[in-house]
Design a protein around this ligand. Structure first.
Ligand code: AOF
Ligand code: ZN
Length: 333
């Protein structure tokens, strides 16, 4: 019976979303008294700050005694930058813990068993999918050891990314550009191939909305980068990865603390990551136009990529299609 906790978990998930994306997951917690009334709320405000449970316990004060803690992530059992939540919950007299997603990390995971050993009733897996969606990239890094990879492409209906002259062409409209900036803002890094950096000279920053930090700009490839490129300006940090193997580049990014990377082209980078099966999500922007000639978005793929479509929407005059390569969803099973 987990249905009875759904509403409280939804409240905890809403709290989790208030937290910033950081190297830590976003976590929310509500404390319920015996009658089911919420007597405490808390969320994690980023690495180094108190965990959600500790914040909610502080909010509840004495009322935590004999209460139920509903939390989006299995309470940690480790001492990291802060103490173990298992201990804080036990010390506060919590008698039942309901959590959603298991903590996949080696250090912090296993809190449920610690709580059970201390006589606390534990219910796990409540609304686990909805809670995990708040931390898709973080969870992915913990499970696979590499960042969550989003591949974005803008093309005409006949699959072309430039006209026959091959120079930079605006393919999609203003609304799509805003969507791309939103994608950048949600990512820790934005990556292009060295060829695209030279030919298109993109700046790769978030410009039409406020961001706490600009994403790391990454240029990947062996081609030399002339001075004066916009991607090398001082508007955001830039990492140059002299490398063409996607797995090696992702390992470097992971070590740099990147949980989500947005691939913004060009065709060589897109093809290399798809062929290596290192793409987790596709964002395809389709402009209502046929060009008839010119390079296509992903030439020379080694194998077909079946995609499970998760979203189709109109965006200005363009069409946005989001999906997941099937081999990527299988990875998670
Ligand atoms: C929880 N509640 O609110 C969070 C948890 O070194 P620290 O103290 O920052 O701990 C980070 C780890 O703790 C993180 O990797 C994850 O496993 C867990 N995060 N756990 O019980 C929370 N943010
Ligand atoms: Zn904790």
């Amino acid at each position: 019976m987990t249905g009875q906790w759904s509403d409280a978990m939804a409240a905890a998930i809403a709290l989790a979303r208030l937290g910033p994306r950081s190297e830590n997951p976003r976590v929310g917690c509500v404390i319920l008294d015996a009658s089911g009334a919420v007597v405490g709320r808390g969320h994690h405000r980023g690495a180094g700050s108190p965990h959600a449970e500790v914040a909610a316990l502080a909010d509840a004060g004495e009322r935590a005694h004999g209460a139920t803690a509903v939390v989006t992530l299995e309470p940690c059992r480790h001492t990291g930058r802060t103490g173990p939540c298992t201990e804080a919950l036990i010390d506060a007299g919590i008698t039942r813990v309901v959590f959603a997603e298991e903590d996949p990390t080696r250090e912090a995971g296993g809190g449920a068993a610690v709580l059970r050993d201390a006589g606390v009733e534990v219910v796990g897996g409540v609304e686990a999918e909805a809670a995990a969606a708040v931390n898709t990239a973080w969870t992915h890094v913990q499970r696979t050891g590499r960042p969550w990879v989003v591949l974005k492409l803008a093309q005409t209906l006949d699959g072309r990314v430039a006209d026959a002259r091959g120079g930079p062409t605006a393919i999609t409209g203003a609304a799509s550009r805003a969507a791309v900036h939103q994608l950048r803002a949600e990512s820790d890094a934005v990556l292009v191939g060295a060829n695209t950096a030279v030919v298109d000279d993109p700046q790769l920053t978030v410009r039409d909305q406020h961001v706490e930090h600009q994403p790391l700009r990454v240029v990947m490839g062996l081609r030399a980068l002339p001075v004066g490129l916009r991607v090398l300006d001082d508007s955001a940090p830039t990492l140059i990865v002299r490398e063409h193997r996607p797995a090696v580049a992702l390992a470097l990014l992971r070590d740099a603390g990147v949980h989500q990377v947005l691939l913004e082209g060009g065709p060589t980078v897109a093809g290399a990551f798809l062929d290596a099966r290192l793409v987790d999500e596709l964002v395809w922007l389709l402009a209502p136009r046929l060009l008839g000639s010119g390079p296509v978005s992903v030439p020379g793929l080694m194998a077909p990529v079946p995609v499970s479509v998760t979203q189709v929407s109109r965006i200005g005059d363009d069409v946005l299609v989001r999906g997941r390569p099937l081999w990527s969803t299988e990875l998670e099973r």
